[in-house]
Structures are given as C-alpha cells and as structure tokens.
Design a protein around this ligand. Structure first.
Ligand code: BES
Ligand code: MN
Ligand code: ZN
Length: 503
C-alpha cells in the first residue's frame, strides 16, 4: 500500500475515486464535509435528513455529486462530536477503506485525519490511518489452489488531505503506520499459515530472511543439538514428541543511534520472547477435536515478535532489541512427555510435568533463562498461554502480568495508544503455592483456579534477573468462527512501546 499527503485547499476539486468526509451525529459536519456540501448544493445535508445519521462506523457512498471532482464521496460516521476519540478516528478510517475495497477502487483520499481529536497529534492520526488501511486491505491467499482474483483488494494508494503546515508530521505518521501495517500483516500471515507449512524450520527461515532483508537485524537460528548444548531440557522435552526438529531463533536489532535513556542508566536491550508452538495437540494430555485446528495459532507470540522486528527495522528506530523464539510442535510420538515426567530446565530448576498441554511455559522458561546473557533493560514475553486468560478477558484485552509497576504502566499506555489494549492481572506470591510438586522444584500446572495467573507465576521463577512482563494473548491473537484468522495483535502494542522508548 502506498501513502501520501495532499495539501490542496480545494477539497471539492480533488480528483480521486473515493473521498472520505466525516459526519458527526446531531447534524454536525466536519469542515471537509461542509465544503463538499456547499459545492454540491446541499447533497450531504439532504441525505442527513434521511439515510445517514453519522453513527460511528457507518458509511454511505454518494456518486457523481455536482460540483465535486471526486467520483465518489464516502460519508463516514464519527458518532457524537463531544465523544470523538483517536480510536473512533482509527475505526472510521478502517470503515472508509473497507468501503473502498467493496467499491473496488484502486486509489482513495481521506480528510478524516485532519479532524482534531483530544490527546492525539497529526502524526498519531496519520499513523492510525495508514495502519487501519493496511488492516482493511489484508488478504490471505497463500494456501488456495485457485485464488479468487475478485476477492483481492484493488486499493493500492491512500492519500491524506491536511493543511500544508501539518504535512511533515503526517508523513512521519504515515511511515510509522505503514511499517506497523507491514509488521501486522506479516504476523497475521504467519499465524494463518497451517501447521504443516509453518513449522519451526519455516519460522527459522522466515527470521533468516528478515535478517537478509534488513542489515540492522542479525539472526542466528539454533538447531536441536545446539539447544541441547545450552541445557534447555524443558524446551527439548516438548519438542521430542514430534518429528519436526525444534529451532531457537535469536534476532538482534541495532538501530543507528542508542535509545534515549536517563544519563546514569547504561540500559541493555529490550528482549522480546515469543511462544512458537507451531501446533499444540496438547500432547498425551490431548485436546478435544472440536477446535483443535486453531492450535496452529499457538505460534502467534513468535509471529508478533517477527512482525515487530520487521516494523522496527523498516523504521530504523534507535535502540537495541533482541528477539528470542523457542519454536517446536507439541505432538504425541513415542518419545513425547508423559504426565509425571520430570525435566531439568536450563536454569537448573526441575519441573514435574503434570499436564503435557501446559507446554508453552516449558519452552518459554528456557528462553527466559537464555535472555539473562543480554543484561536486558526489560524482557517482555508474548504467548498464547492459557485458555483461562480467554475466560478472564475474552478477546478485548491481552492479559498483562508484571511485578514491575513502571514497566506495566508503560505497556498499558502503549496498548491504549495503539488501540491494542492489555489489562493488568495479579501476580502475587500467594499464588505460587499452587505450583508445589512432591517430586520436583515445581509442577507445570497449578490446578483450575486462576490458571492464567499460575502460568505467569511459573514464568516468574525464570525471570528474576531483570525487569519482566508477560503478555497472555490467548484471547486476542486470533479470532475463531466465521471470521477465523489471525489478528496480528499485539504487534501494534509492542511497536508503540518501542516507539515510546525511542523518543
Ligand atoms: N495454547 C494453549 C492455550 C490456549 C488454549 C490458547 C485455548 C487459546 C485457546 C496452551 O498451551 C494450553 O493448552 N494451556 C492449557 C494449560 C492448562 C493445561 C493448565 C489450557 O489453557 O488449557
Ligand atoms: Mn497446550
Ligand atoms: Zn499451547
């Protein structure tokens, strides 16, 4: 997708296939809508009496308005003016681009980003517009034998109309939004690819490809032997139940300039750790068949790290970021983990595997121990970790767990800014007793109560050497049912978090 700014003053003279103008409820027109209404002798106000009320997310296409050069004017509802927010703006841009995709236009122009809204800058709004456009034009066809050309969005160019004084700020936002959009699309496609294609080897190759594309990312992919040499007995115990070999992916991004940090603190890198289970059958503690296909999405944490790295490198952000991805399948051959097995993690702590389906924490714990060598300023792991988190928070918020208030606040803020929210969950020592084992240093499950919390408690035992936060994205990384597919979350949150560190 190509983005540009247009600073022409006469909106009605802009030649474009589709022009978005914003309408609030209670008969309030945005300045651009007012210009078009006057140029067309009241065409907009006329429909506002009948079929268009300005309800948020609604759109109405008007064609061939007299006195207007645009082939189509798309009215986009913004809701009540007093309640207008950056989120409503982002959804409005999404609704407009969706209308453009339906109308099969190749190019479009929006005036929505010019409308001020509280707490957002032009850069923010341009970023949101570009990201929403990428989102609305995303299309998966990798595994169709006969891709449907008609289903492929035609829209290739989006132009933002704004005042000349705002165009530089908008251009910056467009580059951020475009990079974010690419990162989200990459994460979505990796998530959507089936388990027989998107294997641990495939994820390793994808990381290497990123390293070839961007000089700022150095990639190392470790194989089973090298993983064994590191002593990652917990991670390996999961992988040995499958014929697919495991991989441990290490990505190291270095921006041209260091991130701005308080004078005293010589800050180490931020480390992102992504769960990369390319298929989770549950193992011997096998899952029910009903929606087991969705367990191909169990590598969405890994996909979000890869997508964030793509965006990071594309933007050339300052600072240093390390990405770690332990990746394997959770299957059931004769060497698979059995309930009651005890394994030794890289940290030396032993783990009694009471449920082979609690495998995410078994691969993440060794990656968290590996992260220590970078002397990180912060570590964030991202994992489709527990069904319990879906029960607690549904598909709206990702679960955030951290003992570090400042880090947690920064992540929550990034989530709000990017429209990719997280909700902080408790992580107290009082829950740790649930992990007690009679035969090892800990059990890998804590029983049914507070399942998302005990999973985080388990991870916390391996993350004591640095500031750490855990994002449980089990409810947010993909959608099921008729709209089944990966969402690309939490790439927007992660990129926003890194953007905030760099300014
Ligand atoms: N990948 C799943 C978590 C999951 C389940 C995500 C359903 C989204 C929807 C994870 O590996 C898992 O199976 N967790 C178990 C843990 C339990 C055995 C303690 C779960 O949530 O049931
Ligand atoms: Mn599982
Ligand atoms: Zn899993």
């Amino acid at each position: 997708m190509e983005f540009s700014t247009n600073t022409s003053v006469s909106i009605h003279q802009v030649k474009t296939a589709a022009l978005a103008v914003g309408i609030f409820t209670e008969g309030v027109l945005s300045p651009a809508a007012d210009v078009i209404d006057r140029a067309s002798h009241g065409a907009i106000r006329a429909v506002m009496k009948t079929e268009f009320t300005g309800k948020a997310n609604s759109t109405l296409v008007l064609r061939n308005l007299p006195g207007v050069a645009a082939a189509r004017v798309v009215l986009v509802g913004l809701g009540k003016q007093a309640e207008y927010t950056a989120r409503i703006h982002a959804r409005a841009e999404h609704a407009f681009v969706s209308a453009c995709v339906s109308a099969r236009v190749a190019e479009a122009t929006t005036t929505l980003a010019a409308i001020a809204c509280p707490g957002s800058t032009v850069t923010d709004r341009a970023r949101d517009a570009a990201a929403a456009a990428c989102e609305a034009t995303y299309h998966y066809e990798a595994t169709f034998g006969k891709p449907d050309a008609d289903a492929r969005p035609k829209l290739k160019k989006l132009s933002l109309m704004l005042a000349r004084s705002e165009s530089a700020a908008a251009e910056l936002g467009l580059s951020q939004g475009s990079a974010l959009g690419e990162g989200v699309s990459m994460a979505r496609t990796l998530g959507n690819l089936p388990g027989n294609i998107c294997t641990p080897t495939y994820l390793g190759e994808t990381a290497k490809k990123l390293g070839r594309e961007f000089k700022s990312i150095k990639v190392t992919v470790l194989d089973g032997k090298q993983i064994a040499a590191l002593g990652m007995g917990s991670f390996l115990s999961v992988s040995k139940g499958s014929d697919q070999p495991p991989r441990f992916i290490v990505m190291h991004y270095k921006g041209k300039t260091p991130a701005k940090t308080p004078a005293k603190a010589k800050a180490g890198p931020i480390v992102l750790v992504g769960k990369g289970i390319t298929f989770d059958s549950g193992g011997i503690s096998i899952k029910p068949a009903g929606t087991m296909d969705e367990m191909k999405f169990d590598m969405c944490g890994a996909a979000s790290v890869l997508g964030t790295f793509r965006a990071l490198a594309e933007l050339g952000l300052p600072g240093e970021v390390v990405g770690l991805i332990p990746t394997c399948e959770n299957l059931i051959n004769g060497s698979a983990n059995k309930p009651g097995d005890v394994v030794t993690s890289m940290s030396g702590q032993t783990i009694e595997i009471l449920n082979t389906d609690a495998e995410g924490r078994l691969i993440l714990c060794d990656a968290l121990t590996y992260a220590e060598r970078f002397k990180p300023s912060a570590v964030i792991d991202i994992a489709t970790l527990t069904g319990a988190c879906v029960t607690a928070l549904g598909s709206v918020n990702s679960g955030l767990f951290s003992q570090d208030d400042a880090l947690a606040e920064a992540i929550l803020k990034a989530g709000k800014q990017s429209g990719d929210p997280a909700w902080r969950m408790p992580l107290e020592d009082a829950y740790q007793v649930q992990l007690k084992s009679n035969f090892a240093d800990m059990a890998n499950i804590g029983g049914p109560p507070a399942g998302a919390v005990t999973a985080a408690c388990f991870l916390s035992r391996f993350a004591k050497a640095y500031r750490w936060a855990h994002l449980d994205i089990a409810g947010t990384a993909w959608k099921g049912g008729a709209v089944k597919g990966s969402t690309g979350r939490p790439v927007p949150l992660l990129l926003q978090f890194l953007l905030n560190q760099s300014v």
